[in-house]
Ligand binder design. Structure first.
Ligand code: OAD
Length: 247
């Protein structure tokens, strides 16, 4: 069945998004040549528990810089199209690796954030989530070193509410994401390089069930072979076009 018909007939669509969907909102990916965050900054220093322990101010300042960028960004046509898609199909599970809140601000409900959120810091000691600190409005590229606030409850350091390398995904979100990959009749992967596990394995779960899998990305990825359809181009162009053709 051609893609448009499959989409129209789908009863449960699972969507996995990555940093690429927020590019047209002005946010960086992680691995794009030159512009990717991990091309310009050291992931070991900034995205591991070890990095936070050895230099909490550097890490906190960097995520504050990213949080301010995310707050200034607005959802783009790609985010909006996914919100619209949820209104067209009986069930849609939106799973994101992104730590921004652009899906929510586009109107999508119940977004499964596999990698946490820039907007929900938590205590590094007692793990309770903490109210957002005021933020630093005029930060330089990469942020500046800022001592993280202290937890009002136990005195521990507040840390960014994101998942770092070597840490487990939030259990509830991961369980629901896997369940969707195992139940959907169409799996859509948007703006992700599909290199970070276990998120990337969701595509494999769906592909093994031989349901239709669709990739939206301007570039080839290492998961290329898992997709029934490879729609090359920016999410903000491809997704609205797909919806407009289907309905
Ligand atoms: P990557 O930077 O690895 O991949 C971004 C993908 O977006 C690439 O395949 C690009 O080709 C694609 N892309 C670029 N512009 C696009 C556009 N306009 N529309 C659609 N796609 C576009 O980012 P992720 O796959 O999200 O983890 O990275 C996964 C995880 O690695 C992140 O969640 C983060 C990082 O370490 C944590 O922070 C825990």
């Amino acid at each position: 069945m051609p893609l448009l018909e499959t989409l129209r007939a789908a009863r449960h669509v699972a969507v996995l998004t990555g940093a690429g969907i927020s590019v047209e909102s002005g946010l960086s990916t992680f691995r794009s040549p030159q512009s990717g965050l991990w091309e310009r900054f050291d992931a070991e220093e900034l995205a591991t528990p070890r990095g936070f322990k050895s230099n909490p101010a550097l890490v906190w300042g960097w995520y504050e810089w990213r949080r301010m960028q995310a707050l200034r960004a607005v959802p783009n046509e790609g985010h909006l199209a996914l919100k619209r898609l949820a209104e067209k199909v009986p069930q849609l599970t939106l799973i994101t690796q992104n730590v921004d809140d652009l899906h929510e601000r586009a109107g999508s409900a119940e977004v499964l954030h596999l990698h946490g959120s820039l907007h929900q810091p938590m205590c590094n000691a007692c793990r309770q989530s903490r109210p957002l600190p005021p933020g630093i409005p005029d930060e330089p590229e990469g942020g500046r070193a800022v001592e993280p606030p202290r937890c009002g409850h136990c005195g521990g350091r507040i840390r960014p509410g994101v998942v770092w390398f070597g840490e487990k995904l939030p259990q509830k979100e991961w369980t629901l994401a896997k369940r969707a990959a195992l139940a959907c009749d169409l799996f859509l992967s948007v703006g992700t390089s599909s290199v970070v596990e276990p998120a990337a394995s969701l595509t494999l779960l769906a592909a093994q069930r031989r349901v239709t899998t669709v990739q939206v990305n301007p570039n080839e990825t290492q998961a290329q072979y898992l997709f029934s359809y490879d729609l090359r181009g920016p999410a903000g162009v491809i997704l609205p076009a797909l919806l407009n053709q289907a309905w």
